[in-house]
Design a protein. Structure first.
Length: 212
């Protein structure tokens, strides 16, 4: 059972709509988000809902693990009872993927969590943001080169990306709601690199258009 939901990103209005903040943006699409009472705790923003714990680390991405470990230690939560919600360069925009353990993919937030727990055995909900494309001016080198990644993740989503992102965030938020009352293992096959159609949640997207 998932007991701690951690939404990675960077604090502050300057980072709010960055690609690197996809995890924090997904939190705002939770159906019960308006009713959550966030407070500063565990080096982040923390709240509870239906006996579950929700956390937005405010340590900046590279030190996310400090915040997650502080909350987990206080409530005696094991790594395998945690889901980390984060942006993912290796998935195209509009794609959501549920994963357990495995590699860290060069993601500094995941690296920090891994270092804090001395384990990669935690759940991840990955939100595709794609990689910078050398064919587009200012985006950096070819896929896999690593060029331009820093500027890419710390830049805001483009207009076209927002059209695919909101339905994906809503779908991911719906998945997290399922995890409030169920185990994640049965959902792995369905949510392995799942592409979310843009039209899948048009009505809900209208409600959440202010997220971006």
């Amino acid at each position: 059972m998932i007991r701690l939901f951690a939404f990675l990103g960077n604090p502050g209005s300057g980072y709010e709509l960055n690609r690197h903040n996809a995890g924090r943006l997904l939190a705002r699409c939770l159906s019960f988000y308006p009713f959550l009472k966030w407070q500063k705790k565990f080096n982040g923003l923390y709240c509870t809902h239906d006996s579950h714990h929700f956390l937005m680390p405010e340590t900046y991405m590279n030190l996310s693990g400090n915040s997650v470990l502080a909350a987990a230690s206080f409530f005696k939560i094991n790594a395998e009872e945690i889901i980390i919600v984060h942006d993912e360069l290796e998935l195209p925009p509009g794609t959501i993927s549920l994963k357990y353990s495995g590699g860290l993919g060069g993601h500094n937030g995941l690296r920090s969590v891994n270092k804090s727990f001395n384990s990669a055995d935690f759940w991840r909900l990955r939100i595709g943001i794609g990689r910078p494309d050398s064919r587009r001016p200012g985006e950096g080198g070819p896929a896999g080169s690593g060029e331009g990644v820093y500027d890419w993740v710390l830049s805001d989503f483009s207009k076209d990306e927002k059209e695919t992102l909101i339905p994906a965030l809503e779908a991911g938020a719906g998945l997290l709601v399922q995890l409030l009352s169920g185990e994640p293992e049965p959902l792995l096959n369905e949510w392995k690199k799942k592409k979310i159609p843009v039209f899948a949640s048009a009505e809900q997207s209208e409600e959440n258009k202010e997220v971006l």
